[in-house]
Design a protein around this ligand. Structure first.
Ligand code: SAM
Length: 363
C-alpha cells in the first residue's frame, strides 16, 4: 500500500504524522486517558515495550513537559519516565531509555534501579509479539508479555497506582481478568476508537493497585497459576510447588491470599460496574472458565470521542492549492527495525551474494 493510499484508509496513521507522533498508537493512549484520566497526579511512569516511542511521546508531552515549563518546578523534582524495549529508539525529551527484554529479570532490575527506591504511579505496556496469525499462539505470547509487565508492576508500582496493558481478546480473556483483579480493585477492558474493530487488540485498564495482604512479589507466578485453576484451590495438587518440594506453610498463606483478593472466587458473581451508557460493547464470558452462576462479567468499554474518527473508515485526503495531495513522511522511522536484516539479506541475494558469503563477510 502506498503512503497516500494508507493516508486515505487509515485516518489515525495520517493524523499521527500531522501531529508529530511516531506511531498511530499514540491515539490509543490519548483515548484511554480521555475516558479514564490516567495521567492525573502521575509523576513517575514506566513505559514497557515502548519503541518506536509514540506512547513515550504522549507521556513526555502530558507529564514531563508541562512540569518542566512550570515556573515552580525544581529540577531535582522533575517527573521520571523510563521506557524499555528490545529495539533502540530515538531520544525523547524527559524519557530515560533502557534497551532490553521485559521478560528478563535483569531488565526489571535495571528499571527498578532507575527509580532509586521511589515507586511508579503508572505502568503502561503496549507490548506485542510478532504476530504469527495462529490465534492461540499469539494470544499466549501476548499473555506472557502481560505477565512480565505484572512482574515489574509488583516490584515498582505504588499502592493505588495504575497499570495499562495491551491484551488480545480470546478464550483466556476471563482468566486474565481474574488474574488482574487479584491486584487491582478496578479492572476494565477498553477498546479505543483508534484501534480497528477487526483487530483482536484491546487494553486492560487496571486502577487502584492493592496487592493482597501479605503478597510477596516472588509468589506472583504461583498465585496466578492458582487463580487459573477453576476452583481457586489446590486442585493442581502440589505440582506448582515446582521441584516437588511442598512448603505447606507458604501454600496455606497463598490460599488465604487467593481467597481474600478483592472477593475473587468468594463473592461471585461480580456485579457489572458498566460503562456510562455510551460505548458499551458487551461482555466476554466465552472462556468457560467460570460458567453458570459463577460467571465473571467483564466491564468492556469503547473509549475515545465516539463522534470522532472511525479507524475502520476511509476519509478523503485534504488537497493543497494546486489540487494535489502531499503525503507526509513518518515522524521518526525505526532506527534499527527487526526487518532490517531481512532487507539486507534480500538485497545481498539480488546482487548475487549468497547468504553464506555475506555472513563470512560480516564476521
Ligand atoms: N507503544 C509503542 C509506541 O507507541 O510507539 C508501540 C509498541 S509496538 C506495538 C510493540 C513493541 O513491543 C515493539 O517495539 C517490540 O519490540 C516490543 N516488544 C515485544 N516483545 C518485547 C519484549 N519481550 N521486551 C521488550 N519489548 C518487547
Amino acid at each position: 500500500m502506498g503512503k497516500a493510499s494508507r493516508d486515505k484508509r487509515d485516518i489515525y496513521y495520517r493524523k499521527a504524522k500531522e501531529e508529530g507522533w511516531r506511531a498511530r498508537s499514540a491515539f490509543k493512549l490519548l483515548q484511554i486517558d480521555e475516558e479514564f484520566n490516567i495521567f492525573q497526579g502521575v509523576k513517575h511512569v514506566v513505559d514497557l515495550c515502548a519503541a518506536p516511542g509514540s506512547w513515550s511521546q504522549v507521556l513526555s508531552r502530558k507529564i514531563y513537559l508541562p512540569a518542566k515549563l512550570s515556573p515552580e518546578q525544581r529540577d531535582e523534582d522533575l517527573p521520571l519516565i523510563v521506557a524499555i524495549d528490545l529495539q533502540p529508539m530515538a531520544p525523547i525529551e524527559g524519557v530515560i531509555q533502557v534497551q532490553g527484554d521485559i521478560t528478563n529479570a535483569r531488565t526489571a532490575e535495571v528499571v527498578i534501579k532507575h527509580f532509586d527506591g521511589c515507586k511508579a504511579d503508572l505502568v503502561v505496556c503496549d507490548g506485542a509479539p510478532d504476530v504469527t496469525g495462529l490465534h492461540d499462539m499469539d494470544e499466549f505470547v501476548q499473555s506472557q508479555l502481560i505477565l512480565a509487565g505484572l512482574t515489574i508492576v509488583s516490584h515498582i508500582l505504588r499502592v493505588g497506582g495504575k497499570f495499562i496493558a495491551k491484551i488480545f481478546r480470546g478464550k483466556d480473556t476471563s482468566l486474565l481478568y481474574c488474574q488482574l483483579k487479584l491486584f487491582f480493585s478496578v479492572v476494565t477492558f477498553a477498546k479505543p476508537k483508534s484501534s480497528r474493530n477487526s483487530s483482536i487488540e484491546a487494553f486492560a485498564v487496571c486502577e487502584n493497585y492493592s496487592p493482597p495482604e501479605g503478597f510477596n512479589p516472588e509468589d506472583l507466578h504461583r498465585l496466578l497459576e492458582k487463580v487459573g485453576s477453576p476452583t481457586g484451590v489446590d486442585d493442581l495438587g502440589f505440582v506448582f510447588g515446582g521441584d516437588g518440594h511442598v512448603d505447606q506453610g507458604s501454600d496455606m498463606a497463598l490460599d488465604k491470599i487467593v481467597e481474600g483478593a478483592h472477593g475473587l472466587l468468594c463473592n461471585l458473581p461480580f456485579s457489572f460496574s458498566g460503562p456510562n451508557g455510551t460505548g458499551e460493547m458487551g461482555f466476554d464470558c466465552s472462556s468457560g472458565w467460570l460458567e453458570g452462576p459463577n460467571k465473571v462479567y467483564i466491564p468492556f468499554l469503547a473509549c475515545g470521542d465516539l463522534s470522532g474518527f472511525d479507524s475502520d473508515r476511509s476519509y478523503p485526503l485534504p488537497k493543497v492549492a494546486d489540487g494535489t495531495y502531499q503525503s507526509l513522511d513518518p515522524v521518526q522511522p525505526p532506527i534499527a527495525p527487526p526487518y532490517k536484516r531481512a532487507l539486507e539479506m534480500k538485497k545481498a541475494s539480488s546482487h548475487g551474494v549468497s547468504e553464506l558469503e555475506k555472513l563470512s563477510l560480516d564476521s
